[in-house]
Each structure stands twice: as structure tokens, then as C-alpha cells.
Design a protein around this ligand. Structure first.
Ligand SMILES: Nc1nc2c(ncn2[C@@H]2O[C@H](COP(=O)(O)O)[C@@H](O)[C@H]2O)c(=O)[nH]1
Ligand SMILES: [Zn+2]
Ligand SMILES: [Zn+2]
Length: 625
């Protein structure tokens, strides 16, 4: 399309949404559907984590094309269904709401800064029952304060932060950002003690502090909570914390509770690794992880709790039948889990194709998302990516990988005019790239989806090449600069980009919004193929596997090297401020003794790690997508 002018207005957007014709049947995307009805138990949970601001859904991937308004509508239908089945139903989230899409990240670039945050108010349209904090709410002090002041308080006792405190600027005292625990009884009478425990995160800003889980379980308030004289039928432990991968502190919590309650069911709801996972610790304690980026809704059904008046075997739906530890005979607790692809087809199907899927609050939420996207100019077009560049679907040096593009873009745009003729080597961490750069329109929103962080480019001038020639290998042999747990599986899915966005108007989104999916049996599209402690039937929509290749800690781009291929005598060593300590210690290993005093700004503060790909797109890619 050639019409991307970038001059849309909200009224046009609204009219266009109303006027948008229904898709012609043959234009509908091939979305292979859910494997069957969801399991429902005595108590059932809907679980999200690591949504990272993907409130508009995936506008280029129909398979994950639902937005937050669709989720709000879906939960309304699920609450209604739970009551009709006579079972309890809780909606929970394990954190990381920031850093990954424009609607939560773009305001940081505006004069109002984080306080103009528009993403969290949209999240608040969902009536969570319990939620907790992620590490991405703790990197930037202003974001932590916004969560404390404007988000946690709106959820009151439902926002659980058992080991995370903030220094309140009002009195300079450390206070828990949410509540340390919540003791409550469900509608059908299950008495629950709930906690919210972040992994032992150390990268937080200086206005917050995290208590290690091993210390927290010894604190008097925790000992009192697990020894409460009140009856507890079920412990719930939310946590931005892996279910099984290295770095998890769930086992510490479980051990502390088990010392006092050897058999009481404990249910963990984890996150952070961005993977779909289900881990069984013992026959009455398990952990679920629900993926990331509004690609997955985690679903857990459990029965066998000796309490309450809830229906242990609701009729007309699959019941949980499996003991946590496969093969156990006579286990009282029974479980089942599902990973639901985040699209309207799945939500509509599991709402029993209810006559009117969109609820008023769901619609209003969707409308708000699209207005804020317009207000933030998120669909402004930088250029048309000629192909998809993926994070991990191909070897890092492959033409399908994003990293050769990153190297080219850094060399072409990270140029200090006063030092343009000096050879330079630019180091960036791969953990700063969060999602594939998809073929087609590369927009302002995409700049946050791919590289949301706003790291400064700093440098050490005139470093002898002998200190630098092996620096990348030293960095990549060094400690993890990415997440504290193993890498998660990125996806590289076929995208349907059937139009280019006009400012504030994303026709593709309209199609997704209005699509009425028919359950056409199509070959399994590439997607998640999860193998957890219950095996490989957890993915609600079966997919074919996607290749996965791990990445190194860092990549380096070099520019202005001698044309004859010889090595320069000295180079400017340029890097993200996020990895400067690793770079300084890497140079030291080669004999280059540098300190922070030798580090200076290489680019202006207005040109950050979020800006170099848009700059390259404008340089290198046309606008006729
Ligand atoms: N370049 C930057 N990378 C960052 C920054 N903050 C975090 N990160 C990367 O993200 C992971 C953690 O992500 P999560 O979703 O798993 O919690 C971390 O390990 C880094 O690799 C940043 O400011 N700049
Ligand atoms: Zn995350
Ligand atoms: Zn995280």
C-alpha cells in the first residue's frame, strides 16, 4: 500500500472501525483451533505473566491477535461459566508489565515521563484476583514509584509483594509495594493463604529493595502467616519466579511451608523465563508458567481440596484427573493445565461461542488501546522491513537472524560526528532485543517491541586494538548479562500483514478485531510445542515446532576500519551503558586498565538503544510496504 501518510486522526480511526467491512471468508487467516474444551476443577485459574505491555495483542500475528479488551471480555465469560459449573475461579498475574511495547514504554520519552503512563490504567480494566510484581517494574525508579502509587494501591490487598519494598519519598521509609500476604475465603469456601515472591533480583533501582527468599521465610511475619491459627486449605504463591529453571526460589518457599504443612496443597504461579511450563514438586504442590507477551493464557484446574462447597466434578466439561506425580495411585489432589493461544478464536471457542463475545468493558478497553496508540503515534511508519529478522529461529550469523541487521544498523547510525573518522567497535547485549523484527511496516510501536530499553551509548576513546581484538569472546564467555535463567524460546511465526498502518489506524488490526474465525482444519502452524511434567498435550492449539538457536551474551559491530583490511592501532570502544561494567572488566582481562572515569557519552542522551533501528529504517528502507 502506498497510503501511509501518518496524518490520521482519532475521529477517522473511530469511523473506520465502525465502517470496516467484515472480512471476506477467503481472507480469513488460517488459524488451527483449540484441541477441545478446557478442564475445570474444584478451583480453576487463568494465569498471565510477562505480558510486557502487549496490550494491543500481536497485530502482525493472527495467532496471537487478541487485545486486552478481548481478554477482559473472555474473563467475564469465564467467571459466568465458573458460577454455572459451581466451581471457584481466580485470575492471577505474575508481573513484568513494562518493557516490550509502545503503549507502556513510549510515555517515558515524553515530557510527563513515566507519570504520563497510559499502559497501566488499561491493564486495570481487568479485575485480577491476585497479582504481583516483576523485575521490569523495578529497573527504573519512576516506574517503581508509579506502580506503588497508582497501580498497586488500586488493587489493594490483591497486589502481593512479600519481599519487595520501595523507599516512599513522602517519608523516606521503606514500605512494601503491595501486601505481604492475603488470607481469604473463596466463593465456595476454600480458605487460602497467598504470597507474592519475586526471585532474588539484584538489578533494581536504588529506590527499592528485595529480600532474598531464604531470608524472607525466616522473618517473623512470614513464620506467623504460615503458622496462622486460621484454617488454610490451600497456599497460593504467585511469583515472578521460574517454575523450574535456575534462579527460582519457589523451592525455598515450598520447603518452609512444608515444614509446617506437610500435605496442604501449595499452588505456585510463576514467570520470568517467558516459557510455557508446568512443574510438579510433590502430589500436592505444582507450578505453572504461562509464557509471555500476550501469546499465551495459562490455565490450571485442580480438585481434591478437602474444603468448601465447590463442585469437585463439574459436569459437561473435562475434569482434572491426573495426580501431580505421574503414576501415583490414590493421590487426593488431581490436576490439569492448558496453554491457550491468545487469539479471539480461542477465547470465543472457550466461551462456548457465546452470542455476543465483546462485553461493554472489553470493547471500551479495546477502544482505549487504539486511541492511546494513536495519541502516542505508535503506528507512525519508519520504513518497510524487507524480511523478518528473528531472535532465535536461525543461527546468530544467519541472514534470517536479527543480529547481522543489528550490526549493520549500529555501524550506519551510531556515529559521533566529532569522531566519525575514528575506527569504532560497538558492543550491545542480545538481552536488549526482545522480539523478532517482522517483515512489513516497522513502526514507532515496533521500535519498543524489538528494542524497548533506552540505554545510552557510551565509550572509551582510543583503546589500543590489542586490548579489544578478543573482547567479544571475553564478554561472551563471561557471566549472563541476560536473564538470570536459561534463555526462553522465542517464536518465529508466519505473520499476516494485510495492510500498512496509517498513523493511529491499523487496518490490519481491524481485520483481526472483526475476524470471525471458522474452525477450519489446517496444517498445524508453527508455534509453541511445550513438553512439561504432564507431557506434550498442554498446548491448547497444536503447532509444529519452531527452530531455536541460543544467542551469545553480546554482539559487536565495527565501523571505519581500514579499507585494506589491516587492524587499526586504536579504536573507540562504544557500548550500552547497561553492559559498561562487563566491558571494563573485559578490557582489564586483556591488560587494558580502564575505570568509569575513562567512560564518556558517545551519542546524545536523546539517541538511545531504542533509537538506532528506527534511524536505520529511515535510512535504508522505503515506505511503500
Ligand atoms: N540492553 C538492556 N537489556 C536489558 C535491560 N534491562 C533488562 N535487560 C535484559 O532483559 C533481561 C530480563 O528480561 P526478563 O523479561 O526476562 O525479566 C535481562 O537479563 C537483560 O538481558 C536494559 O536496560 N538494557
Ligand atoms: Zn519478562
Ligand atoms: Zn522478568
Amino acid at each position: 500500500c502506498g497510503g501511509c501518510t501518518g496524518t490520521g486522526d482519532v475521529e477517522m480511526v473511530r469511523r473506520a472501525r465502525l465502517l470496516q467491512p467484515r472480512m471476506q471468508p477467503d481472507a480469513q487467516p488460517a488459524v488451527n483451533g483449540p484441541r477441545g474444551p478446557l478442564p475445570w476443577g474444584q478451583i480453576t485459574f487463568a494465569h498471565t505473566s510477562d505480558t510486557h505491555g502487549w496490550l494491543e495483542g500481536h497485530v502482525k500475528e493472527a495467532n496471537y491477535g487478541a487485545d486486552w479488551g478481548d481478554y477482559v471480555s473472555f474473563i467475564r465469560h469465564m467467571r459466568y461459566k465458573a458460577r454455572s459449573l459451581g466451581v471457584d475461579f481466580l485470575v492471577v498475574d505474575s508481573g513484568d508489565l513494562h518493557d516490550g511495547a509502545g503503549i507502556t514504554d513510549a510515555t517515558a520519552k515524553l515530557p510527563g515521563g513515566v507519570n504520563g503512563q497510559v499502559g497501566l490504567p488499561i491493564y486495570k480494566n481487568l479485575d485480577y484476583d491476585l497479582l504481583t510484581i516483576g523485575n521490569h517494574e523495578l529497573y527504573v525508579a519512576d516506574i517503581t514509584y508509579d506502580v506503588f502509587e497508582n497501580f498497586a494501591k488500586s488493587y489493594g490487598s490483591k497486589y502481593l509483594t512479600s519481599n519487595v519494598q520501595i523507599r516512599d519519598p513522602k517519608d523516606n521509609k521503606f514500605k512494601y509495594i503491595g501486601k505481604q500476604y492475603k488470607y481469604f475465603t473463596t466463593y465456595y469456601g476454600i480458605r487460602i493463604m497467598a504470597f507474592g515472591v519475586l526471585f532474588d533480583f539484584t538489578g533494581n533501582a536504588n529506590n527499592s529493595k528485595i529480600t532474598k527468599a531464604s531470608d524472607m521465610v525466616q522473618e517473623q511475619w512470614f513464620v506467623d502467616a504460615i503458622n496462622t491459627p486460621e484454617p488454610v486449605d490451600l497456599f497460593l504463591v504467585l511469583g515472578h519466579n521460574p517454575a523450574r529453571m535456575s534462579g527460582t526460589t519457589f523451592p525455598v518457599i515450598r520447603e518452609a511451608i512444608r515444614k509446617v504443612h506437610p500435605t496442604t496443597p501449595i499452588q505456585f504461579f510463576g514467570g520470568h523465563t517467558h516459557t510455557r511450563d508446568f512443574k510438579a514438586y510433590d502430589n500436592s504442590s505444582t507450578a505453572l508458567e504461562p509464557g509471555r507477551y500476550c501469546e499465551t493464557l495459562g490455565w490450571l484446574a485442580m480438585s481434591g481440596i478437602k474444603a468448601g462447597k465447590g463442585n469437585h466434578t463439574p459436569s459437561g466439561v473435562p475434569n482434572p484427573t491426573r495426580p501431580a506425580i505421574n503414576g501415583t495411585v490414590g493421590a487426593e489432589m488431581k490436576y490439569d493445565r492448558r496453554y491457550i493461544d491468545w487469539n479471539r478464536h480461542s477465547f470465543d471457542y472457550h466461551s462456548d461461542n457465546v452470542k455476543t463475545f465483546d462485553t461493554p468493558r472489553g470493547n471500551a478497553t479495546s477502544q482505549k488501546i487504539w486511541e492511546e496508540r494513536h495519541n502516542l503515534n505508535l503506528t507512525n511508519l519508519y520504513g518497510c522491513a524487507p524480511q523478518t529478522y528473528c531472535l532465535s529461529c536461525a543461527p546468530q550469523n544467519s541472514s534470517l537472524s536479527i543480529y547481522p541487521l543489528v550490526q549493520k544498523a549500529l555501524a550506519a547510525t551510531v556515529i559521533n560526528p566529532d569522531r566519525a573518522t575514528i575506527p569504532r567497535m560497538i558492543y550491545v547485549n542480545t538481552g536488549g532485543f526482545r522480539f523478532d523484527l517482522v517483515k512489513g511496516p516497522f513502526t514507532y510501536d515496533d521500535s519498543f517491541i524489538v528494542a524497548p530499553f533506552r540505554n545510552l551509548f557510551r565509550y572509551i576513546p582510543n583503546v589500543p586494538y590489542e586490548y579489544v581484538k578478543d573482547l567479544i569472546n571475553t564478554l561472551n564467555a563471561g557471566p549472563h548479562q541476560k536473564r538470570d535463567t536459561e534463555r526462553f524460546h522465542e517464536t518465529f511465526l508466519p505473520r499476516t500483514v494485510d495492510s500498512c498502518p496509517l498513523d493511529g489506524m491499523d487496518f490490519n488490526r481491524q481485520f483481526t478485531k472483526r475476524r470471525v474465525f471458522t474452525r477450519r482444519q489446517v496444517a498445524a502452524t508453527p508455534g509453541y510445542t511445550t513438553n512439561d511434567d504432564f507431557g506434550t498435550d498442554g498446548d491448547d492449539t497444536p503447532h509444529s515446532a519452531i527452530p531455536y538457536y541460543d544467542t551469545t551474551n553480546d554482539v559487536v559491530s565495527q565501523a571505519n576500519f581500514p579499507a585494506d583490511g589491516s587492524n587499526p592501532k586504536v579504536v573507540d570502544v562504544v557500548f550500552y551503558d547497561f553492559i559498561q561494567s562487563y566491558v571494563i572488566s573485559g578490557l582489564a582481562k586483556a591488560g587494558g586498565k580502564y575505570t568509569l572515569a575513562d567512560v564518556a557519552p558517545y551519542m546524545p542522551e536523546s539517541f538511545t538503544s531504542n533509537d538506532f533501528l528506527p534511524a536505520y529504517a529511515k535510512l535504508a528502507w522505503g515506505k511503500d510496504c
